[in-house]
Write a protein that binds this ligand. Sequence first.
Ligand SMILES: [Zn+2]
Ligand SMILES: [Zn+2]
Length: 286
Amino acid sequence: MDKELSYGEDYKYIPATSVNSGIGVEVLPDLYCHTVQIVNISLVGKPDSSDFVLVDAGMPGSADEIIAATEKRFGAGSRPQAIVLTHGHFDHVGAIIELIEHWDTPVYAHELELPFLTGKENYPDPDPTVEGGLIAKMSPIFPNEPLNLGSRIQPLPSDGSVPHLTGFRWIHTPGHTPGHVSLFRESDRALIAGDAFITVKQDSLFKVLTQEIEISEPPRYLTTDWKAAKHSLGKLRDIQPAVAITGHGLPVSGELLTIGLDKLVNEFNQIATPDYGKYVENEHHH
Ligand SMILES: [Zn+2]
Ligand SMILES: [Zn+2]
């Protein structure tokens, strides 16, 4: 391994899965979503083109699966022009170092996410006490120490453009993490939302396993700023996405997306903000 690059000390394989694990879905002709255990990666670009980008980098230990999925779609030996990270949580950067070494490709994330990706800062500890079931209770075993991508990671351009993703712009959607971004393409209103919202209720292990669609708040045990999360969701609702790939759960489009997002924004304090948990502000009452 390149000695400049290192995972956190607590990096490890996490035994969690869903029925979609290993399955890829073509959401649009140039937008492909592949599920690694419980998290989604996106491949953006036409399958006959060598100009494509990987968004997010899966679970720990998933590099071979991601390379295989990429080669299946773009051909043997294909490599993305860039990897863009929606944020730096372990389940979105799990294979990033092996992928950098295999593809020698640049990586981009929001400036405010860089401390967590260059070994400088830990994410706050996940909150196993937050209202919300088994996954939250499991969260203390999740890797939390920062990885270090050194000079291999660069900030996204401040003009909102996304390198190698013509037509897309990044939207700052903090709350789940400080430097969380979502990617949006105006022409067909395609959205890659990361964990700004997800389409599966993560507080139910059963729903994670079966991937029943439910437009939901960001994963609770890792979300530390609910006010910002709500504001970010408002931004995403207002751009009126027609189709969305989220960090967890199935891709979603049409009314299911529009109505679900609207409801989540309008009733955020009731349905999204946890009733209790260490990152929930005291002023929040029912
Ligand atoms: Zn996350
Ligand atoms: Zn996630």
